[in-house]
Structure formats: C-alpha cells, structure tokens
Design a protein around this ligand. Structure first.
Ligand code: MN
Ligand code: MN
Length: 365
C-alpha cells in the first residue's frame, strides 16, 4: 500500500469510515498513480480501512491503469454493463456492513449519489474532500521536482511571449506563438487557457485574449501555466511595450513591492491571512485598495487551484512543503492592469521561488 493510501486509511480508522469512494480524476491520480479523463464514464477508487482497495475504470483502460503501476484490483466495465453492480459485488466481498461512506461531495453528482445510496441504504455519507485537500497540500520531493520543471517551462513561455511583442500584433498572435514554442519543447497541455492581454484589456483580472493589437505605451500581461506529469505551474508577468506613463509605472511599482513583501512573509508559522494582508496593506496604503479585488494566491499542484487559499481571513498556518502562488494585482478600468505571480515552495527556512523570470519592469523596445 502506498503512503498516501496509508494516510487516508489512518484517517478512515480515526473517523470510523468503512469505504472512501473517490471519483475525481485528480484524487484518483493522487492516490493510485493512474490518471485518466473518463468524460461521462465512471472512474472511481474504493479504499477500505484494512482490505485491498480497488479501481473502477472503463474496460478499455484496464491495461493502461496496470501499466502505471497500480498493483491492486481493477474493475474494468464495458459500455453495455452497469458498473454499479460490479462495485456492489466487490465491496460486499470485502465488507458486509457499511455504516459510513466518505465521498467527494463537491465532485459527486446526484445520479451517482443515488446509485451509492441504493447500494448502501443504511450508510451515512461524509465528505472526503477536506482530508484529500490537506494531504495534497504538502508536496513530497518527487512532486517538487516535477513542479520545478513545470515552472521553468513557464519562465520560458514568458520569455517567448516577450520576444514576440511587436507593434500591431494581436493578443492571439502572441498567444499562439507561445503555445507553438512550448509544443516544440514537448509540452502537451497548458494549466489553463493562456492569457495575453494588452492595454485596457489587462485591467480585467480574468480577461479574454482576442484581436486587440499591441501598441507602443501598452502594458502587456501574460498569465499562463504548463502541465508536466499532471502537475501545473502558474505564472503572471506584466511587461511594458515602449515607454509607459507615470501612472502605469506607479501601479507596477506598487504591485511589485506588495508581491516581494508577501513572498518574504511566506514562512512556516505565518498564517495565510498574514501573508495576504502583507501585500494588501501595501496596495491599500498606495491608494489602490479597491483595485485589488481578489485573494493573494492559491495552492498549486495536480489542480491549478487547490489548498491553501491565500485570503485575508484564512487562519491556516503555512507549513514546510506547501506550494502556492503569490499574485497581487491592481486593475484600474481603462487605465492599466498589472499582476505579478510567482509559484513558491515553502522550506523550513522560508520561501523558495520556483518561477524565475525577472520581476523588475521589463521594457520591450
Ligand atoms: Mn494563479
Ligand atoms: Mn495565473
């Protein structure tokens, strides 16, 4: 049994949970090593306190699941079979009384919940999500190594983006050049839809790249990430095309100062709230408080957004092994949008910044 499953089993014993039924691709991958996007088909991992766990996947994927090293039972089902009957049999082989079942309540859909309720009419259903989020929050050495690679490819992507900036080029043209360069490096997937935003468009924190053309005096914002071995990176840089005005410069300097201070504050023992407020106060003191409308950052790993959530009210204590982003921004409608985002790994001595593209204002000529 791998260590992650062992930790889950310890939690199940402490909480008298008979079965944990995991259904999201991310958590199945985290616990089993097998990743698949099953689309509408059922993917599940059933874990027991003592008995052998089993994986449920579409029959055509059984071979792939075995190849990734899963040593326990695999139930493959064809498209003309009801997988729930097979699940029922497999669980009954192990236990005949099921009192408490942990499920991913946020991920589970109503139809599947009804199926499980029919199989275990006497069972209470509790959430497994909080526990799985806490397990995933602390990265091991192998995960760190993969994420370092994902971050260095994100740095490279920003470098390509900067080299593509020209008068009159559209956001989409720059974006496609970045992704083409990454594909040539063997990157199969981005962490999310790549963002290249210029001028006033950058003043929307979740803007959509389009046909807007880059012009002299614009700030250009890149927000992107690269997936390596199922782990995500996430970087934002804002650069200047030609000379920018004093207002744009002031906004940039304020975001940078806030970002650097929050990175510095990211030490074991500090709370997420303290780290968020370190940046938030600097931005508020400069008069831009109302233009920083989102949390400071978020955990990162198999999902691009995971625990911890870096908000000004989260009392969670920062621990060694966490990976999260620090991404303050200031967005003044029709003036400018600036965000600077790094991915951090927390060591006993403080933060190790995994994204390394320069943060002092880059002026592209
Ligand atoms: Mn982010
Ligand atoms: Mn981002």
């Amino acid at each position: 049994m791998n260590q992650r499953l062992q930790k889950l089993q310890t939690w199940m014993k402490e909480n008298e949970i008979d079965v944990t039924f995991v259904t999201s691709s991310e958590n199945v991958f985290y616990l089993s090593g097998y990743y698949t996007n099953p689309h509408e088909r059922l993917l599940a991992l059933a874990v027991f306190q003592e008995m052998e766990p089993f994986l449920v996947c579409p029959g055509m994927e059984v071979h792939d699941a075995k190849r990734t090293g899963w040593e326990h039972e695999i139930i493959g089902y064809s498209d003309i079979v009801n997988p729930w009957e097979l699940i029922h049999k497999s669980i009954n082989k192990r236990l005949n009384s099921i009192q408490k079942v942990a499920i991913e309540k946020e991920h589970m859909n109503v139809e599947r919940y009804e199926q499980l309720s029919l199989l275990f009419p006497k069972a209470a259903f509790v959430s497994a999500e909080e526990k799985l989020r806490r397990l995933r929050m602390i990265k091991d050495a192998k995960e760190l190594k993969i994420m370092e690679e994902a971050c260095s490819l994100a740095d490279y992507a920003i470098e390509v983006g900067c080299s593509e900036i020209r008068e009159g080029k559209t956001e989409l043209e720059v974006l496609s050049a970045i992704e083409f360069a990454l594909k040539k490096k063997g990157v199969k997937e981005m962490s999310f839809s790549t963002m290249v935003l210029t001028g006033a468009n950058a003043a929307s924190p979740h803007g959509n790249p389009g046909e807007t053309k880059i012009q002299k005096g614009d700030l250009v914002l890149f927000d992107l990430g690269v997936v390596v071995d199922r782990y995500c990176s996430d970087i934002t840089r804002t650069v200047a095309y030609g000379d920018i005005n004093d207002k744009q410069k002031e906004i940039y300097d304020t975001v940078l100062k806030a970002q650097l201070a929050a990175v510095e504050a990211s030490k074991p023992g500090a709370t997420a709230a303290e780290v968020d407020l370190t940046a938030r106060r600097i931005i508020a003191d400069a008069g831009y408080g109302e233009y920083f409308p989102h949390r400071l950052g978020h955990g990162l790993g198999i999902s691009v957004h995971e625990y911890p959530s870096m908000t000004e009210t989260n009392p969670l204590i920062i621990e060694e092994g966490m990976v999260y982003t620090i991404e303050p921004g200031i967005y003044v409608p029709s003036v400018a949008g600036v965000r600077i985002e790094d991915d951090l790994y927390i060591t006993a001595d403080g933060p190790k910044v995994l994204t390394n593209f320069p943060k002092e204002l880059q002026i592209i000529r």
